[in-house]
Ligand binder design. Structure first.
Ligand code: NAP
Length: 345
């Protein structure tokens, strides 16, 4: 029995479609309210949303009328897949009106009163919500998930905190769907690598330190992080290569085992979207690969491979996850599941 009505802000976009698709088969949440811009308002969802997913549009969504993003009109819990140019203002208005906004947009991620959540990594950061309400005067709340490349990076680093992370260098190979639709022109990306994604390196560096930090994310982790970000001709699946210096100098086998054993509140609570295990550690020398491994854990697993000694730092490895599932819609849905299970919604 589905028990909770939810809405989607920005339901017509690429990430919005992933929300609609995943929520249509969700055991707890019923997507009863779909909202977007005035361009889409009043139209049937099937007409307003140019469908980009391989899975067919859910029948329950197709005939729904797209609503305006007016606070107070939708259900208490709304997921946000809004364009960043408008997300800040709209999400704040919804939180002020009493909605719990589970956002995928970047606008509030670095706000010291807003949790930047990966439920396996920093579920304790939700403890800041009473202070958020008190200081901002909101009766609702805003909770965010990280940037799509930060999710895989911070998740893979989290099991290594016990060894004392001091310095990290990460390089990304990011899929084109991470740039939305239509994204990078085909003549720029086919047979090519674009060694620049605006704002992405800074996001990876600062979001990761907040997520791995303490006091609800107000005290950053002390590691030094350097990120290189690249766009590559892959459809879905962000791959990263990481070299990390660890104070305790564990060997590669101990690091791989820590990743294998890693679990958080979603696994303990057996949440519907929780991948089991949280991190898949592969032994094959040529994995993970996005084409073969992107759907692990229904797109929610972080897949790691090639954990080996690093001649400069301590260890190095490869990690990969689905940029729009673990990196966007699936991540936000898991955030909401955690809040429900912990009695916060
Ligand atoms: P998108 O396809 O351009 O969709 C944007 C959505 O925002 C559409 O539903 C659009 O509605 C709505 N919107 C735009 N202006 C609006 C307004 N003035 N009022 C109300 N709604 C408005 O973008 P996307 O790729 O899905 O990305 C959505 C968000 O997720 C962005 O903040 C992006 O940075 C973030 N994100 C994307 C990815 C990814 O892989 N694509 C990954 C992580 C995070 P209309 O259709 O009516 O215009």
């Amino acid at each position: 029995m589905r028990s909770m009505d939810v809405g989607v802000l920005g339901a017509t976009g690429v990430v919005g479609q992933h929300f609609v698709s995943r929520l249509a088969r969700h055991p707890w949440f019923e997507p009863v309210w779909l909202a977007a811009s005035e361009r889409s308002e009043g139209r049937a969802y099937a007409d307003a949303a140019p469908w980009r997913l391989a899975a067919p549009m859910p029948a329950g969504a197709a005939g729904r009328t797209v609503e305006p993003c007016t606070p107070g009109r939708g259900p208490k819990v709304v997921f946000s897949a809004l364009d960043a140019s408008v997300a800040g203002e709209i999400e704040e208005a919804f939180a002020r009106a009493g909605h719990v906004v589970v956002s995928n947009a970047r606008n509030f991620r670095m706000d010291p009163l807003v949790p930047l959540l990966i439920p396996e990594v920093n579920a304790d950061h939700l403890a800041i919500l009473p202070e958020q309400r008190a200081q901002k005067g909101w009766t609702g709340a805003v909770v965010t998930n990280p940037n799509c490349s930060t999710v895989v990076f911070a998740s893979a680093l989290a099991p290594l905190r016990q060894f004392g992370i001091t310095t990290v260098v990460v390089s990304t190979m990011q899929a084109v769907f991470g740039a939305g639709y239509p994204g990078v022109p085909s003549l720029d990306i086919l047979g090519n690598v674009v060694p620049f994604i605006g704002g992405e390196e800074e996001k990876m560096e600062r979001e990761t330190l907040k997520i791995l930090g303490s006091d609800g994310g107000r005290v950053n982790h002390a590691a030094r992080v350097s990120a290189h970000t690249n766009r590559v001709p892959v459809i879905d699946g962000h791959t990263i290569t990481v070299s990390v210096a660890l104070a305790q100098q564990p060997d590669a086998a101990a690091v791989a085992e820590a990743m294998r054993q890693f679990k958080g509140r979603p696994q303990e609570l057996n949440l519907p979207s929780a991948p089991q295990p949280a991190i898949v550690v592969m032994e094959e020398p040529n994995r993970p690969q996005p084409r073969l491994d992107v759907d692990r854990g229904d797109g929610m697993a972080v897949v790691v491979g090639r954990v080996r000694p690093c001649p400069v730092f301590t260890v190095k490895f490869v990690a990969m996850s689905h940029n729009v599932v673990r990196g966007a819609a699936g991540a936000a849905i898991l955030n909401a599941e955690l809040m429900v299970a912990e009695g916060m919604i």
